[in-house]
Design a protein around this ligand. Structure first.
Ligand code: R5P
Length: 307
């Protein structure tokens, strides 16, 4: 079954990279707003009988989700055999428990919604904290690609004498892999979030790493308060060269500028969310995950016509 890649707005670069790695065709589509704000969707390429791969990273998901659902519905209606989604950033993963009475566990509700729209999902380093796997909340096949190898390679090639710093205990799972790949030691801080924009991290014992370059690594940079709090620990004891690497560049409001203004010389992110700071290409890892999943899907569901 042949693949056709359908990129939604601002996902063309990633779609081109994936097409390069996977060998699939990039399809043409039009999505625009009617004057009343509702969306118009048209697919101009043949999808009948084909395996459709929608590329849409879901940062700012509230603006994007409905259009994604409308596009998936259109592809299915036009005869697509399977409709999968590559969302290199998977949103709504952090509200995974009821922290306070009355709150919604939105990670579960969003997983339910997305699972009802597409046949499978491939993503990069979703924020799995209190859950071990996406299959605990997603009912469709969901495969995770990891950015740790690519980040470790970037550090090895670009930073002299690095020490990899994870800002909180959750980060140890990927920071340890990044550090091993970068051939560097690592340390993990303790974080306490007091509000959306109020974060404290423990004493980093930063002096212990004099002579090295602290490389802060986190999965998500949103308000950048976590990165700024961690950077402050090092700046206050005299480190002048501090590097911050985030997987997913969400950067709410002025967060990017604020992080750069907080004494962090280099801010680098993966291209899971398109941003000026993108410096680490995760498309080969994403493509490998898609290839595995499509192969499995094809065998599971369409073995007589698998090509
Ligand atoms: C939290 O658990 C994540 O791993 C990140 O540390 C967090 O999302 C970063 O958020 P912010 O940039 O708003 O501090």
């Amino acid at each position: 079954m042949s693949l056709i890649i359908l990129p939604m707005a601002e996902n063309q670069d990633m779609a081109r990279s994936l097409a390069h790695h996977l060998g699939g065709e990039i399809g043409h589509l039009e999505i625009r707003s009617f004057p009343d704000g509702e969306s118009f969707v048209r697919i101009d390429s043949e999808v009948r009988g084909r395996h459709v791969v929608i590329v849409c990273t879901l940062d700012r998901p509230d603006e994007k989700f409905l259009r994604l659902a409308l596009l998936a519905g259109t592809a299915r209606d036009l005869g697509a055999a399977r409709v999968g989604l590559v969302s290199s950033y998977l949103p709504y993963m952090r509200q995974d428990i009821r922290f306070n009475p009355g709150e919604g566990i939105t990670s579960v509700y969003f997983a339910r919604l997305l699972s009802s729209q597409v046949d499978w999902l491939v993503t990069v380093d979703p924020h799995l904290h209190r859950r071990n796997s996406l299959s605990e909340i997603y009912t469709i096949p969901a495969v995770v690609a990891h950015a740790a190898t690519a980040i470790g390679d970037w550090i090895r090639e670009n930073v002299s004498a690095p020490v990899v710093i994870g800002p909180d205990s959750e980060s140890e799972q990927w920071v340890s892999v990044v550090a091993e790949r970068a051939d560097a030691p690592y340390s993990v801080l303790t974080k306490k979030r007091l509000g959306d924009r109020n974060v404290r991290v423990s004493d980093a014992e930063a002096n212990r790493w004099q002579g090295r370059t602290p490389v802060l690594v986190d999965d998500i940079v949103s308000t950048a308060r976590t990165m700024i709090a961690a950077a402050t620990q090092f700046r206050e004891v005299g480190f002048s060269d501090i590097v911050a690497i985030g997987v997913h560049a969400l950067f709410a409001g002025q967060a990017y500028e604020e992080l750069k203004g907080a004494g962090v010389g280099r801010v680098v992110t993966c291209n899971s969310v398109s941003h000026a700071s993108n410096g680490v290409d995760i498309s080969p890892y994403l493509a490998a995950a898609i290839r595995d999943l499509v192969r499995t899907e094809t065998l599971d569901f369409h073995s007589p016509v698998a090509s």
